[in-house]
Design a protein around this ligand. Structure first.
Ligand SMILES: CC(C)(COP(=O)(O)OP(=O)(O)OC[C@H]1O[C@@H](n2cnc3c(N)ncnc32)[C@H](O)[C@@H]1OP(=O)(O)O)[C@@H](O)C(=O)NCCC(=O)NCCS
Length: 163
């Protein structure tokens, strides 16, 4: 897992589209955050990529985008996570999330929040968050569209940086 660069953008776009999880509007927004995070590292959006050493050349198989939630002390949002569907279940997302959590905890972060949808096609995503220790803390009915709720998951960190 390493910080993302602008050169990773095409690979990230391919992954976002290959998952079939995101609408065009979501892909455009995700890529804007990638550009912003790569052009201004350390500001609002932090891009991390999972790269496999199997190659050469090394290949990006997944990425995350997180950032400090504005106007909070120690709260962070995970804005985006996606892994190449050909590599689901291989531990890439777990590795990305542990890197993000270590960074957040080392920065004095207390809380990571993740929003996701209740629609059936996101069952795998919700199972993933639960598997890695996130728990549902809020749900807004019909937020995304009628029948598709917004679910917020959280993970808390002790002051010593351990989950
Ligand atoms: C959610 C997503 C990132 C998970 O990626 P992944 O690479 O398959 O996850 P990992 O291989 O790192 O899995 C981590 C753990 O979660 C578990 N897990 C993954 N999918 C699971 C499922 N459907 N049911 C139960 N557990 C699951 C894995 O078994 C693994 O546990 P283990 O390490 O004990 O074996 C991936 O499915 C994805 O890109 N989905 C589409 C995009 C998306 O939904 N993004 C989130 C938008 S809110």
């Amino acid at each position: 897992v390493r910080p993302g660069h602008l050169e990773d953008r095409p690979a990230i776009e391919r992954i976002l589209r290959a998952t079939s999880a995101f609408t065009d509007e979501e892909v455009v927004c995700a890529l804007d955050l990638v550009t912003s995070g790569c052009e201004h590292p350390g500001r609002d959006y932090f891009i991390r990529v999972f790269e496999t050493g199997a190659g050469p050349p090394a290949r990006v198989l997944g990425y995350t985008c997180h950032g400090r939630s504005p106007f909070t002390e120690g709260t962070y949002d995970l804005y985006w996570i996606a892994v190449d569907p050909a590599h689901h279940g291989s531990g890439a997302a777990r590795a990305l999330m542990s890197a993000v959590e270590s960074e957040v905890a080392a920065d004095g972060g207390r809380l990571i929040l993740v929003d996701t949808a209740s629609k059936p096609s996101y069952a795998r995503t919700r199972a993933f968050y639960e598997k890695i220790g996130y728990r549902e803390v809020s749900r807004i009915r019909d937020y995304y569209r009628p029948g598709d709720d917004r679910i917020t998951y959280e993970k808390r960190f002790s002051p010593h940086g351990t989950p």
